[in-house]
Design a protein around this ligand. Sequence first.
Ligand code: C5P
Length: 292
Amino acid sequence: MPTSIVYRSFAKINLYLDVLNRRRDGYHNIETLFQTVNLADRMTFTERETGIELDCSEPQLANPDTNLAGRAARMLQERTGYGRGVHIEIEKHIPIAAGLAGGSGNAAATLVALNDLWDLELSMGQLKLMALELGSDVPYCLEGGAFTATGRGEELMRIAPLPAAWFVLVHPPIAVSTPRVYNSPNLRRNDAPRFAGRTRGFRIAVHSLMHGRYGDGVFNAMESAVFADHPTLEKIKHLLVERGCITAAMSGSGPTLFGVCDSRRNAMRIAESLEEYETSVVSPVPYGLERG
Ligand code: C5P
């Protein structure tokens, strides 16, 4: 029997996201607070003689040359010269291209799982460098939990677990292109001065979130750009607050919106009231990947 390893990779939301200046490398400096939540894809990695094969419950993601997990596997082979292959099976539960880093989480799981399955003995530092080449959110996905991030999103600092909260996620059937959001004329970049690498607004927001004052801390600067193209999303954000959420915002470059609730019961009630949309009720988890 060939050896298999199973991993779950968790979705993340950005409780705070601000866009600062455009950098020389074309990326933007950002300030964000990431939190993983209990919505996960399930991935099975099985040894093969050669090649990288990929099956996915969402057929449009089953191309190993474009799927970020397939690209992570290829990168490991190229960097280490390892000759054997893998079959990757992905059971998707995290909506695709939704601002929840589902693909980035799959890539992070692939780096960790294959390092083990193929006995590559790469250090966490080496995996982190490869993760950043695969995407700005992938280094965070190797960790998971509550983190602040600056730079491209890879300068990570773990923070204490956030006070309990339940999130109503709304998944509208809209596609949003991340580069388009970063380049939108409607995106207002924050040029406030930074002290120790952080703006005052970010430090205040992180403090509020760490003390459970979600209404003061939750923010996403990308909303202006995305809502201009998709007014329905702004409507859903207001609906979440009208129905009883403490506050609501978009996650990442969208289109997923989240509303913050102080009890699971309230969150379930609000999710049920939004019956015209696909919703999930989730809460924070302290890790990004889970084996088995
Ligand atoms: O790193 P990732 O592949 O997720 O980025 C996708 C695109 O989003 C980049 O090519 C870039 O245009 C934009 N981006 C950015 N600044 C970041 C992250 C992403 O401008 N910090």
